[in-house]
Design a protein around this ligand. Sequence first.
Ligand SMILES: Cc1cc2nc3c(=O)[nH]c(=O)nc-3n(C[C@H](O)[C@H](O)[C@H](O)COP(=O)(O)OP(=O)(O)OC[C@H]3O[C@@H](n4cnc5c(N)ncnc54)[C@H](O)[C@@H]3O)c2cc1C
Ligand code: FES
Length: 264
Amino acid sequence: MLPTDHLAVVERVVEHPLPYFSLLLAVPRGWADLAAGQFVMVRTGSGLEPFLRRAFSVHDATSSATGDRIELLIKAVGRGTRALAALSPGARLPVLGPLGRGFSLAAEGPVALVAGGVGAAPLYLLARRLAERGQRFDFFYGGRNRVDLPRLESFAALARRSGGRLVATTEDGSAGASGLVAEPLERALASGEFRFVYACGPMGLLARLASLVAAHGLGGEAALETPMGCGFGACLGCAVPRPDGRFALCCQDGPVFAFSEVAW
Ligand SMILES: Cc1cc2nc3c(=O)[nH]c(=O)nc-3n(C[C@H](O)[C@H](O)[C@H](O)COP(=O)(O)OP(=O)(O)OC[C@H]3O[C@@H](n4cnc5c(N)ncnc54)[C@H](O)[C@@H]3O)c2cc1C
Ligand code: FES
């Protein structure tokens, strides 16, 4: 579907707890069909500051008799995201979207979903769609501590519904196993459990996953969060290096790329 610039209505603000929160927004009819992995550009203030819109993955998208809704899962890190956390129901928010290329959903057989912290945001809609079509997945979810794993129980429920499981890790051991999320994933890939990996998280995690996926001869896709100025190809500020020495634009060619399309 073509992107539109729309005044979305804030229906709810849910703390997960802070600094993570969800914004539930009423959006135009048709948005519920967007692809998992697509994103929106949100104006976070009414004055000149912050000047640039902020990019957020669509965490969930639903349709009902009363209209279409999207949910954004946000980590409050600076001026824009803190302003969004302070919104109240009824507020109107300029939202441009849906933008970019989402996950392909082309993989067959059991797949692994891997999230680092708020990288979980675009994987919820993907997980829900995989579960609805009966495709098994395991959800590998890593963060620094328990708070860094927002919506842990919801991800676990979706994984169970698909026939899979949730594997959580934290660096301080406050939830799941102690350590980094790539460690249990590496063991699972070595045992041949999965044919494909979907991921989102910090670049260091994605680069490690790219080499694991290549080493096991698997396919995989990653949603990148390269900082963006415009979100639609005008500012050239979101360049992603490709293996052939050229550059892709994260906002138009991505934000979802095959691991093999990026020079990590
Ligand atoms: C395609 C895409 C999808 C995204 N999806 C989500 C999402 O679903 N949920 C979410 O919470 N965030 C997401 N982000 C990151 C989000 O856009 C930034 O956190 C946000 O722009 C920060 O705005 P701010 O005004 O609060 O912070 P600022 O005041 O601009 O910056 C505060 C701090 O955050 C850092 N920062 C700013 N932008 C980014 C970024 N893109 N990645 C990492 N660090 C950044 C800055 O370096 C600085 O240290 C996404 C980014 C992209 C490009
Ligand atoms: S964000 Fe402006 S070109 Fe990609």
